[in-house]
Design a protein around this ligand. Structure first.
Ligand SMILES: Nc1ncnc2c1ncn2[C@@H]1O[C@H](COP(=O)(O)OP(=O)(O)OP(=O)(O)O)[C@@H](O)[C@H]1O
Ligand SMILES: [Mg+2]
Length: 500
């Protein structure tokens, strides 16, 4: 459109300028003729013209009304450098003249405008008040000195008409081009849009994890190798085939690793149980053993216990990864939190334990055992990774459609470099690494996996003096919670809380 507009504008301008200059040339030719006719052949005193009687004066009235002069031609008689008379011919009804023209004298102002034109024998454009623009020329000849002037209105009208026609044609052309352009571009880019739509759908697929079904392909009709778009479509399809293959291979290898970890963990449980069982049996048996052996047996037992915990954690993670279904049931978070905090208090008497619970039941659909493990892990961290005297608060609150459990402590906080990775497997702080009691770095990974499997999530915010883990679970709606059960549970909760 812009290109067409520019081309039309250039053509229009060039045509207009050329036509105008041509018309002015013609007009100047006419002007020359008029000037020659009025001033006579040679300069004043020329023996060929007026002879020695001096210049003949032209009858201006007759000149402007008759003869081949263009309409409205002005002639002015100049004597001694002063315009003494000036006339132009005008159409007139009451004219007695055969040509139907009347000679009108110019006023003083109009004559002054004429007189201001340079007397160099060349044509000049000037405005005559009341009569419009004229081409004016001064000429001295055998008949004396004259100004001759012809109107430019004819040229102006022609040029204006041309500009109007050009503008209309350009506007119509632009409208037609825009309509045709829209239709043609729309049709031409339709295959490209289909390819783009396929690419967009693929980009919206969750490809980062799990079994990915990458079935999107560019339609066969848009894969014609003879067109550019077809080649793009075919290339995109080939790429999607590769990506699909790669994702499938990734998934297979992931599944294999997971199955291996799950199988290994499962298989390790029995020998571990045997090791700790035999160690305990030997320690408790009546046989006399030396202090070293007794110590060694104690170590075997405690390390076997630690390894059992690790294996259990690994097994649980492998099962959650494999998407093994949880045993969902209606669970009230309030008694669960009360119970786990009581247990934590029993294990950590040197910490201060606080509860902040709502009055109504906090019902979620969850696997109670897994949820309990999550709370135990969070409270265990607040106990194990903070110094004695730390206050730990467990809070249950409702946020929109979510139920949130906060475990907050005022310990030294999680190191800044560990914080972004704290939910990763085997991510541990230095303090946890150096501890002798079993700390594997799987606790928070399990918390996150369980929360995700419940359709919720877990977040952490930690600065020195305030660390909050927030577990978020979807709340059960009113309809889903039967009033009688919830009432019963609430009374139980109140009782538990009072005991606690
Ligand atoms: N409340 C907390 N205050 C300070 N540091 C914490 C807190 N909770 C977790 N951390 C840090 O985050 C690390 C990871 O915690 P995570 O529970 O995953 O592993 P762990 O407690 O070390 O081992 P595990 O729980 O498997 O026995 C911990 O080692 C500890 O450094
Ligand atoms: Mg932990």
């Amino acid at each position: 459109m812009a290109l067409i507009a520019v081309v039309c504008a250039v053509i229009g301008t060039v045509t207009t300028v050329a036509l105008r200059s041509h018309l002015y040339d013609q007009l100047d030719g006419q002007l020359d003729e008029v000037a020659s006719r009025v001033s006579g052949p040679g300069p004043p005193g020329d023996p060929q013209g007026g002879g020695d009687k001096g210049p003949r004066r032209m009858d201006l009235d007759a000149f402007v009304t008759r003869g081949p002069q263009p309409r409205r031609t002005i002639v002015a008689d100049v004597r001694d450098g002063v315009v003494i008379d000036a006339k132009y011919g005008r159409d007139s009804d009451e004219s007695t003249d055969l040509s139907g023209m009347t000679a009108i004298s110019l006023g003083a102002e109009q004559r002054a405008a004429l007189a201001a034109v340079p007397r160099d024998g060349g044509a000049h454009t000037t405005g005559i008040p009341g009569l419009g623009d004229y081409r004016v020329e001064y000429r001295a000849g055998a008949n004396g000195s004259y100004y001759a002037a012809v109107p430019t209105s004819g040229v102006t009208t022609t040029v204006n008409t041309l500009v109007l026609v050009e503008a209309s044609v350009t506007a119509a052309g632009l409208v037609a081009a825009s309509l045709a352009g829209t239709v043609i571009v729309g049709v031409a880019t339709r295959p490209l849009r289909r390819v783009a739509a396929t690419a967009t759908r693929v980009s919206e697929l969750p490809l980062h994890a799990g079994e990915v079904n990458l079935d999107e392909r560019v339609p066969e009709s848009e894969c014609d190798p003879h067109t550019e778009v077809g080649r793009v479509g075919a290339a995109l399809n080939r790429m999607l085939n590769h990506v699909h293959g790669a994702l499938h291979a990734r998934q297979e290898s992931e599944t294999r690793v997971r199955r291996f970890v799950a199988d290994a963990s499962h298989e390790l449980r029995t020998p571990l149980a045997s090791i700790s069982g035999y160690a305990e049996l030997t320690r408790r048996g009546g046989e006399l053993v030396g202090p070293d052996t007794r110590h060694a047996l104690g170590r075997i037992e405690s390390e076997a216990g630690r390894m059992t915990l690790l294996v259990e954690d690994l097994l649980l993670l492998a099962r959650l990864d494999a998407g093994r279904p949880l045993e969902f049931g209606r669970t009230d978070l309030v008694p669960l939190v009360v119970d786990t905090v009581s247990d934590a208090r029993a294990a950590g008497l040197d910490h201060n334990w606080r509860l902040d619970l709502p009055d109504e039941p906090a019902l979620v659909s969850a696997d109670t055992a897994r949820l309990q493990q999550v709370l135990v892990n969070l409270l265990g961290n607040a106990r194990n990774h903070t110094p004695p005297g730390t206050t730990v608060t467990a809070r249950v609150r409702t946020v929109g459609a979510w139920l949130c459990v906060d475990v907050e402590d005022n310990g030294q906080g999680i190191p800044a470099e560990l914080l972004p990775h704290v939910f990763e497997r085997f991510a541990r702080g230095d303090s946890a690494r150096s501890r002798t009691t079993g700390s594997t770095g799987l606790g928070l990974a399990i918390v996150q996996a369980v929360a995700t499997a419940h359709g919720g999530g877990v977040t952490v915010g930690s600065v020195p003096g305030r660390t909050v883990f927030t577990l978020r679970l979807p709340a059960l709606s009113e309809q889903e919670s039967a009033p009688s059960r919830s009432q019963a549970q609430h009374s139980l909760t109140t009782r538990v809380r009072q005991e606690s």
